[in-house]
Ligand binder design. Structure first.
Ligand code: ADP
Length: 257
């Protein structure tokens, strides 16, 4: 987003406009598998962002000429609902949506074992229902969970988070006002087990020292996001299995009676 003219201070006595301290992440809630029709899905609330991610595949690729002989064809679509922002958003696909679709694909693809599915297609759809800055990172984080939910073999999860500069300070996880009125934004995505960085962008201007500080802070944010992803998956899969075991146990008990 283009930077707007600064209106008022974004940090007062160490506190940001939404009450956070400079190194605080917004509240994040992840739900695994909310959509029944998709092969895998996830819903994320990241501060005021509300985002759905759906995955289809591996399945036949359409149009067929896009199929690759040695790997799955991996596609991502990032889409912002016209009602997702306070400003009017044109319903037609924008240049920004095309860019963020590509950025999402590039961030996720290194974690996916595409060579296991030659000629097949894997599709990721990200729908921004409500946006408040940092939607690319939240979308990538949700899509990575949806890929797991679809059972797509992966080397690692992908966790994303941004850091940036507002009022001369390096802060974690910029919201929309901070993004628009601040000085810079550095979105980062990592594959936490290997430590590989699959997304690194910079919007705005930072000195070398500031960039290093922002990158380190964003990496810390990614690690916190990774813990929340693991927690959501554990809650969805490990705890879900427990009642089945109980049922099996009671069935066994009934048979013994
Ligand atoms: P990100 O959401 O990844 O931070 P941007 O920096 O491009 O991506 O956008 C920052 C925020 O600005 C978005 O999260 C959204 O709230 C708002 N925004 C972006 N594009 C538009 C648009 N076309 N119309 C209205 N608001 C937008």
């Amino acid at each position: 987003m283009p930077k707007k003219a600064k209106s008022e201070k974004l940090i007062r006595r160490g506190v940001r406009t939404d009450g956070r301290k400079i190194h605080d992440l917004r509240n994040i809630k992840i739900e695994v598998g909310p959509l029944e029709r998709a092969d895998g899905s996830a819903y994320i609330e990241w501060g005021n962002n509300k985002i759905l991610a759906a995955v289809y595949g591996p399945r036949e690729v359409h149009p067929r000429h896009l199929a690759r002989p040695d790997r799955a064809f991996f596609r991502c679509r990032y889409h912002m609902a016209p009602f997702s922002t306070t400003e009017r958003k044109r319903p037609a696909p924008s240049r920004r949506e095309r860019e963020l679709s590509k950025v999402t694909r590039v961030a996720l693809e290194p974690s996916i074992l595409t060579k296991l599915y030659p000629r097949a297609g894997i599709d990721v759809f990200i729908e921004i229902l409500q946006s408040d800055g940092g939607t690319r990172c939240a979308g990538i984080t949700a899509a990575s969970i949806a890929l797991v939910d679809a059972g797509i073999p992966m080397k690692d999860l992908v966790a994303a988070c941004a850091a940036g500069k507002i009022d001369g300070k390096i802060v974690l996880d910029l919201n929309e006002v901070e993004d628009q009125e601040g000085d810079a934004d550095v979105p980062v995505a990592i594959m936490p087990r290997t430590g590989g960085i699959s997304l690194l962008q910079m919007d705005g201007i930072l000195s070398q020292t500031e960039f290093k500080e922002a990158l380190e802070l964003a990496l810390e944010g990614c690690k916190q996001v990774y813990e929340l992803q693991k927690e959501a998956l554990t809650k969805a899969y490990v705890q879900e299995e427990a009642p089945v075991k109980d049922e099996e146990k009671s069935e066994g008990e009934e048979q013994n009676e």
